[in-house]
Design a binder for this molecule. Structure first.
Ligand code: FES
Length: 157
């Protein structure tokens, strides 16, 4: 997982200023900030609003409309676990239960270090249960492999 620098208000201001000439600059600014810092800090809202002569509510509305924008830095590790029908038939719910029981990890409840997120179908149905980790599609998951992918201490090999 990519590591991002801490939010830097001066750097954010510079990124915003560099895109201010664009038509409909709000989205390009938000994307550029997320690319630079891994998230869009709420402090960006007044900066963008001021630069583009918009209200804070307008900028906040755009930011909250798109669910891909994060308001906080991403966890160090993100595992997207498929819980759609075919993967359910191949045991993904047992994996979810084992993560909770053996490691105290709840799916869809991120910490600073780990997020196991539910997704619905990764197009790998015949090789489920499936997950996506750092862009790599992984099939035929079992509990030990999933724990390894999650970086959990004591995970089986
Ligand atoms: S249902 Fe899981 S990959 Fe399609």
């Amino acid at each position: 997982m990519q590591r991002y620098p801490a939010w830097d208000q001066d750097e954010a201001r510079s990124i915003i200023a560099g895109l201010a000439h664009l038509e409909g600059a709000t989205l390009p600014m938000l994307h550029a900030l997320q690319e630079a810092f891994g998230h869009v800090d709420p402090q960006a809202v007044p900066l963008i609003a001021e630069t583009l002569n918009l209200s804070r509510a307008e900028v906040h509305g755009t930011l909250s409309f798109y669910h891909d924008f994060r308001g906080a830095p991403p966890p160090a590790r993100v595992v997207k676990l498929c819980r759609a029908e075919a993967c359910q038939a191949l045991g993904c719910e047992a994996l979810v239960e084992e993560l909770a029981r053996e490691h105290g990890v709840a799916v869809d409840a991120a910490t600073e270090s780990l997020a196991v997120e539910t997704v619905y179908c990764l197009g790998n149905c015949a090789l489920g249960p499936a997950a996506l980790v750092d862009g790599e599609l992984i099939g035929r998951l079992d509990a030990g492999r999933l724990a390894d992918l999650c970086g959990l201490a004591g995970a089986s090999p």
